[in-house]
Design a protein around this ligand. Structure first.
Ligand SMILES: Nc1ncnc2c1ncn2[C@@H]1O[C@H](COP(=O)(O)OP(=O)(O)OP(=O)(O)O)[C@@H](O)[C@H]1O
Ligand SMILES: O=P(O)(O)OC[C@H]1O[C@H](OP(=O)(O)OP(=O)(O)O)[C@H](O)[C@@H]1O
Length: 210
């Protein structure tokens, strides 16, 4: 049985992050039965597709929109979700955008960690506390690896996938803080109020990603 044929998604609002997750999220959600397609390039931030509203957001804003109920559901990396600390329901691991959040230092660097830079200050603090380390954590917004190269920090906590950014910058991965993949997230109240649309969608996404 194909549950996709059994439900109407009209009335759902989805939060999707622009960037590398967007296309794959649209592809998977449309395979799961939603009337979604890749929009033409434009400056529009909100699309209506077959009764489904799509909000195009920055990654870190997806958990906020879903938790506060402005979006019923969304797609976001586990790394960003964990950093947000938001209590959204996370029913499906979509398995794509796999990467790891790691502690990175210059090749051969040693000595204590006085300062650690990251786009993920909360996860970095948690990690350092677990390891009994008392380094200062500095939040940066992009090209985090540069903090190591310039001496701004003794280490960084950043994403690694192929490792080619590390190799190109004479850096090495010292420890894995967490592993991440894209997740389908749902507002807890919407799960009850829009059950007829969300339950079969979750079931279909689980089938597709098993
Ligand atoms: N090199 C990578 N390979 C695979 N997945 C990645 C990689 N880099 C990031 N990701 C995953 O994809 C998500 C989105 O990454 P993307 O590069 O689109 O975000 P960004 O542009 O850095 O974020 P922002 O919204 O802050 O501008 C990350 O949160 C992570 O889960
Ligand atoms: O191990 P790799 O395959 O080299 O991937 C890791 C890189 O990918 C991400 O950056 P991205 O290319 O998204 O640029 P960004 O820093 O602007 O997010 C991440 O921040 C790393 O720098």
């Amino acid at each position: 049985m194909n549950p996709a044929a059994e439900f109407s998604a009209a009335g759902l609002t989805l939060a999707l992050p622009k960037g590398r997750i967007f296309e794959e999220a649209v592809d998977l959600l449309s395979k799961a039965g939603l009337p979604l397609y890749l929009p033409e390039k434009s400056r529009a931030l909100r699309f209506e597709m077959g009764g489904v509203q799509v909000l195009e957001l920055r990654n870190q804003d997806v958990p906020v929109y879903v938790d506060l109920g402005v979006a019923d559901a969304g797609v976001v990396g586990k790394d960003v979700l964990a950093e947000s600390g938001r209590s959204v329901y996370e029913p499906v691991d979509l398995k794509f955008s796999a990467c790891r959040l790691s502690l990175i230092r210059e090749v051969g660097a040693h000595g204590p960690l006085g300062r650690v830079a990251s786009k993920y200050p909360r996860l970095t603090r948690q990690y350092l506390a677990e390891k009994g380390l008392s380094a200062e954590v500095v939040k940066l917004s992009g090209n985090i690896e540069l903090a190591c190269l310039t001496g701004l920090a003794d280490a960084v906590v950043d994403l690694v996938q192929t490792g080619s950014t590390l190799v190109a910058n004479n850096l090495e991965e010292r420890d894995v803080v967490m592993r991440s993949t894209a997740r389908f997230v749902v507002n807890r109240t919407a799960l009850k109020l829009k059950r007829a649309a969300l339950r079969p969608l979750i079931a279909r996404l689980r089938e597709l990603t098993e």
